[in-house]
Design a protein around this ligand. Structure first.
Ligand code: ZN
Length: 179
């Protein structure tokens, strides 16, 4: 009886493994690399790098890398005294600002950086008020210390970079931290 059950469990595992191999097969393309230039982000350079690393650890179809010398970046990051904001020109391209208006109010800087990168990666603001949502932005409490996208947000970004057709369907847009 015990042996029979063990066999059934092993068979189920084998089936699951087989299924995963089948579905993973055709989608194993190289990730799209986006280069960002944080050289004008002033005191926020390391926090910009942190925001990029957060995304790199959670998505597979796109990766954010510091721009090598002599190459045009996809993304430029600046700092000023306004609100954090993003001007995306197309999926994966544009510029964003690490605005001190929000930093001075106490918003968590790695969360701001990951959030603004999220806009470049095709995510709109969703002001749910929830700290568990990265794209809730300023609608979450100032005390929110979560810099990570949730599973839905990460899946959406992976989907955005799955095909050229999906990428082309995402329009140029502007987003401001406080809306
Ligand atoms: Zn936003």
């Amino acid at each position: 009886m015990l042996r029979k059950r063990l066999f059934a469990a092993l068979a189920a595992v084998a089936m699951l493994v087989g299924l995963q191999v089948t579905t993973a097969g055709p989608a194993a393309a190289a990730p799209r690399i986006l280069y960002y230039d944080a050289s004008q982000a002033q005191e926020f350079v390391s926090v910009v790098n942190q925001g990029a690393q957060i995304w790199n650890s959670r998505v597979t179809n796109v990766q954010l890398q510091p721009v090598p010398a002599g190459r045009t970046p996809n993304i430029r990051v600046y700092a000023d005294n306004g609100w954090p904001r993003t001007y995306s020109t197309s999926l994966g391209n544009g510029r964003w600002y690490m605005g001190r208006e929000a930093v001075n109010q106490g918003y968590y800087t790695p969360r701001i950086a990951a959030h603004e990168f999220g806009h470049i990666l095709g995510l709109p603001d969703r002001r749910t008020g929830l700290c568990t949502d990265l794209m809730s932005g300023s609608s979450a409490p100032v005390s929110c210390r979560n810099p990570n996208p949730n599973t839905t947000e990460a899946n959406t970004v992976n989907n955005n970079f799955r095909s050229a057709a999906v990428a082309a369907s995402i329009p140029a847009r502007e987003f401001v931290w406080v809306g």
